[in-house]
Design a protein around this ligand. Sequence first.
Ligand code: F3S
Length: 754
Amino acid sequence: MAFDIDMIKKVYAQMAERVDKAREITGKPLTLSEKILYSHLWDGSPNKAFQRGKDYVDFAPDRIACQDATAQMALLQFMQAGKKTVAVPTTVHCDHLIQAKQGAVQDLKRANETSNEVFDFLESVSNKYGIGFWKPGAGIIHQVVLENYAFPGGMMIGTDSHTVNAGGLGMVAIGVGGADAVDVMAGMAWELKFPKLIGVKLTGELNGWTASKDVILKVAGILTVKGGTGAIVEYFGPGAKNLSCTGKGTICNMGAEIGATTSTFGYDDAMERFLRATDRADIADEANKIRPYLTGDDEVYANPEKYFDQVIEIDLSTLRPHLNGPFTPDLATPVGQLGEKAKKNDWPIKVDWGLIGSCTNSSYEDLSRAASIAQQAVDKKLKPKSDFGINPGSEQIRFTAERDGLLDVFEKLGATIFTNACGPCIGQWDRSDRKGDEKNTIVHSFNRNFSKRADGNPNTHAFVGSPEMVAAIAISGRLDFDPMNDTLLNEDGQEVKLDVPVGLELPPKGFEVDDNGYLAPKEDGSSVEVKVAKDSERLQLLEPFQPIKDSELQGVKLLIKAFGKCTTDHISMAGPWLRYRGHLDNIANNTLIGAVNAFNKKTNFVKNQFTGEYGGVPNVQREYKAKGIKTIVVGDHNYGEGSSREHAAMQPRFLGVAAVLVKSFARIHETNLKKQGMLGLTFANEADYDLIQEDDTFNFVDIADFSENKPLTLEIVHKDGSKDTIKVNHTYNDAQIKWYREGSALNLIKKQNA
Ligand code: F3S
């Protein structure tokens, strides 16, 4: 299900007109990022210049991609909207739930047994609502998107942070939470704060051992994990044109590791070659017709300091290969300097595993460059000192790489070829040599190397490098190996040196695949039955939330007064709970278990006002729910920061929490509360937080007059009968008050569709 070319033509036609208009309105030349943003405004043609980093703007993305873990709740919610089909082309990709253990065939079989109910559910919902479905084993979402759906100048959102990978094909592609994706699927606008812009000028040309990966490893070292926050990183300059399309994808992919909203590159010959090689010559032809619109204006790139908020320059000719880590992707060290650093920090020098794959580096080019190193090991009689694991990015890549003998080379070195899926990158790795929490080192070509990420062991030191560097290090078995200068002893006792890697940008005989794993949805899915077993513990169909009645907001009990940081992880923990992310009732058993109770500084230990006894937050809340009593959660500053996880709003709502009153909100969480039909409120006077006591009861005295720009009045009744009356602010506009009155945004959409 490639893009409908007529739709692309439409996007391009409006792009030309809207970009011209935006240039006129802003009175300046435009970056590529601005061209894509201004041509995807929800309201159509631009009529005002937006302030970067300030204005919230409604956009109309061209498409949506979801992975199997996040798609569950997103699609369960979408089903509530009462729509026949998704409003925007959408695909679902089964890649996160497949554990890497013995190899692709056995692992895929096992995943299909253990997660079949999730896969069946996703397949049936996709079939019913016009969503393209990529089966388990079809590939990793972002490689599949790059090969099939990404197109220059497009805008997409995806329920995964590495959606940004599609910037490699000139898109503005952004990772979002499920609630945002549901809005767009249901035909609503998608809101984003107009991003700031960071320009990265690339000069020179990659050579020797240096790869595209090293560009982003270097950028991460410069900007750190927070440096890109709220910004789009736009790459340009002569060096950019020398990078392959998938190499650009690698760079954009790891933009997530510097916190960037997304990253992108202007359309060029490498992208055109990739489009043609992936059977999309028609898109390349259309893109060629509007080429200047698909890249930043010349003046912008000639004087970047004038037009970007920050500019970085990197000379690819002198860039050295890096290994970043351990435990953070921004700790960049040039290869060759790692030995000393490791000794100083007591990082194990011996490397146990070399892993090649993930959405970041699993393209044909990546495999071919790494295979060129592996082939040398075979030819030069070098026996690898570390274990090798490979996850190809898609079935198309795997099939082609197998045909061309690339996988065979790795297998000769004893590598395990895992499923075309995330595998160890998402911790889905049953590591064969795992011995408890022993300190050890691995190298991989993934993007994230946080503690416990790959194998759950907090003492695994993971270093991130290019696939070819991972191959070389794995062959040597040493973190301090520098293939540019060091030699290795082969089986004949001779000293041999590895030659520089060589790779193929694209398969010379073209891509080939037998079954790419794609299932197109039915034209008319109305008769398709969504598969959810009644007794499933992982999936549960949602019931619409009932509107909160004004009468229920009298006599509201305090559930918890959270102390200090309360992120979405505190509200809805991840880890083992991820198993239940498609089952609201079950996952609700983790609600606020990470929040610190301000009265006793303990987590998951709150007072039940009826019994006077203390218990876990979900248990106490369920007791209030059984009595039909609504509750309130009180919190500190930046409540709900962290992720856009909609569970953090849905779970309290499901359990009967009516309101969240805090000093300040993380904006996305505040919006999520609104979407779920709850009250998200802030203290008009922050110091009133201190008035809240453990046995308080709350009366929303003027809730009947809930309206835009009008604070609410809250009466707090303390245990001794004394009262405080305070003002609480809210940011609901008229439309959002309707969501509240209907019980949720989706209830309103459903009503409007009826
Ligand atoms: Fe999967 Fe890892 Fe990418 S989890 S989507 S391969 S970041």
